[in-house]
Every structure is written in C-alpha cells, then in structure tokens.
Write a protein that binds this ligand. Structure first.
Ligand SMILES: Nc1ncnc2c1ncn2[C@@H]1O[C@H](COP(=O)(O)OP(=O)(O)OP(=O)(O)O)[C@@H](O)[C@H]1O
Ligand SMILES: [Mg+2]
Length: 304
C-alpha cells in the first residue's frame, strides 16, 4: 500500500547567527505514515518538529533527503493539493469573520461561489462552528481559533492533515473536543500527522508516535510499546511496621504517616522485601509499578 507520508534521510541545518557555519537541526529523519493513521510527532521544544513540518510542506528546502506525500514528491503541486495544514500559532486578520476566512480560502483554491458556499457550511458543521460563523476572529477564544484554523485546513477536503501543536493553549474541555474532532476526521478516512511536546496529547488517540530529540528520531512505534510497558521501579507500601522494626528488617524507605514506602528495582527484590515484611508481621498495602514517562525518555536521550 502507498504510504501517506514518507520521509527518508531528511537533513536540515540553519546558518549560525553570523552565518559563519551551519547548525544541524534535522540529522537524518526517516518515517512512514500509513493512510488513515493518526500519527503523533512528539518532542521537546526545539527538537525540530516545526522544521520537519515546514520541509513536508515545501516551505523549507531540505539539505538532504526526500519526502513523498501520497506517493508523490512533496515538491509537486499535485501533492500539496491533498494536504491541509494548521500552523503552530495560526494568525488571522482579526476583523475577518470565520465565514469570510473560509470563503477566502475556498477562493484561493479556485472554488466557484456555489461550491464555496456548500463547502464552507460543511466544514463549519464538521468543526462545530456552525451558527458562530459571523464571529470576528479577533473575538474568538483560543479554542474557536483552533477550530477555525482546522476548518480552513479542511476547506479543500485534503486527504492528509498536518497539524503543528494543535493542542497548545487549550483547556481540558477544548482538548477533549479537538481530540474527538481529530478522531472523526480519521474515521472519515483522513490521515492526520500532528506534533506536540506533551505526552498526554498523544494518549487515547494516536496509532503510532515518533519521538524526536535534537533532530533525531529516538523511538518510533505504538505509544504503549514505547512508554507504559517499561517499568522503571516498584514502590512497596508497607503498613503495620514501626520505623525501628522496619529499619532492622532491612525495610528502610520513606516514611509517610504510619506507612513506609520502599523503592525496589527488580521483581526478585520485590519478593524478598515481601518476605521481610511478613517476618515482622507487617502488611503490604500496595505495590505500584512506576512506569517510564516521556520525561524519563527525554532525560535519558538528552543525557547521551
Ligand atoms: N529560521 C531559523 N533560523 C535558525 N534557527 C532556527 C530557525 N528555525 C528554527 N531554528 C532552530 O532549529 C531548532 C528546531 O526548531 P523547531 O522550531 O523545528 O523546533 P520544534 O520542535 O518545533 O520546537 P517547539 O516545540 O518549540 O515548537 C531550534 O534549535 C531552533 O532554534
Ligand atoms: Mg514547533
């Protein structure tokens, strides 16, 4: 099957401040997004997410590598026709209404007035702005702006949507609404590629993720494979043992109220601690596997 997005060996550098040398920002990115997937592009600030997206859109020229969209070279006009884009900080003329913005976009794509009217109504309904289209952009909340930007990206009915940090600045309700909207776009057969520096944005919706740090992909795969499977350590919560007895039985840990919380690295150690707790007639109140978080992965990779 033809990939929706295929990036091979993408490298990009920017000139340094005084132009004396070039600073590498993308150091060989390879990734493939299958049609119909929601693909998360995750990385800390400055990792190279926006630079990658700009290369995909043809706004920046890569130093090396190639990008194919729906099987076509990303530099071809035909490939851009099937691409919708929501920029990182969408900026719209504040005196324009939402309807005017969308109508204007339809005109850019060469739609007839009748087609424009029909399409604008469709996308307004799709993003939940129907009935609010006469609002001036300057009077829109952050959530409405994101929706208007998404509606704009949808006007020409693209097969592939690229969203740069679409969740930034949204409150929990706004995030949930945007997530549902993105899922509905997936169900209508579209491919969605979106960037974020926040792990929680990825949960509950992505099919796959790539983690980019310092211009390199450090992980790629299903989110649960990448993160929640890896247990960092265990926390044993012990009750019914006073501090002195706990210390004597080799159960030193952090004391909270009348409980001791013991950090344990391996399962074998968990078992031996449980025996020690029983030998002093204590009780295990809980055993908590502490999972590897995105921050751990970031710290580990950044520290390399
Ligand atoms: N036009 C430019 N000229 C010089 N350096 C740039 C330019 N644009 C980006 N950079 C640098 O390239 C690196 C990657 O930037 P990029 O915007 O791609 O990161 P990002 O992952 O999108 O970060 P954020 O999460 O903050 O949006 C950063 O170090 C940034 O300072
Ligand atoms: Mg960015």
């Amino acid at each position: 099957m033809m990939a929706a997005i295929e990036i091979q060996g993408l490298e990009k550098s920017y000139p340094s401040t005084f132009g004396t040398r070039r600073i590498p920002v993308l150091r060989g990115i390879n990734l493939t997004v299958e049609p119909g997937q929601i693909y998360g592009f995750l990385g800390p600030n400055g990792a190279g997410k926006t630079t990658t997206i700009k290369c995909m859109l043809g706004l920046l020229r890569p130093d090396r590598g190639n990008i194919r969209l729906l099987g076509r070279d990303s530099n071809s006009l035909e490939s851009r026709r099937h691409l919708g884009f929501l920029p990182e900080n969408p900026y719209f003329y504040e005196y324009l209404t939402i309807r005017e913005l969308l109508g204007f976009t339809g005109r850019l794509f060469g739609m007839s007035p009748a087609e424009r009217k029909r399409r604008v109504e469709e996308v307004l309904r799709q993003v939940g702005l129907w009935g609010r289209e006469e609002t001036k952009l300057g009077k829109c909340s952050k959530g409405m702006i994101q929706r208007a930007g998404l509606a704009q990206a949808l006007v020409q009915d693209p097969e592939v949507l690229i969203l740069d940090e679409p969740f930034s600045g949204l409150d929990p309700v706004g995030r949930k609404e945007l997530r549902d909207l993105v899922l509905s776009l997936k169900h209508s057969g579209r491919t969605i590629f979106f960037s974020s520096h926040i792990l929680q944005d990825m949960e509950l919706m992505v099919d796959r993720v790539a983690i980019i740090i310092n211009g390199r992909l450090v992980r790629e795969g299903h989110l649960d494979e990448l993160i929640s499977r890896s247990v960092r350590h265990y926390e044993l919560v012990v009750e019914g043992v006073d501090e002195k007895a706990a210390a004597r039985a080799g159960l030193s840990g952090e004391r909270r109220d009348n409980r001791t919380i013991i950090r344990v690295e391996t399962l074998e150690e968990v078992n031996s601690k449980i025996r020690a707790v029983q030998s002093v007639s204590g009780r295990i109140a809980a055993m908590i596997p502490v999972k590897l978080t995105l921050e751990d992965i970031f710290m580990r990779e950044v520290g390399k």
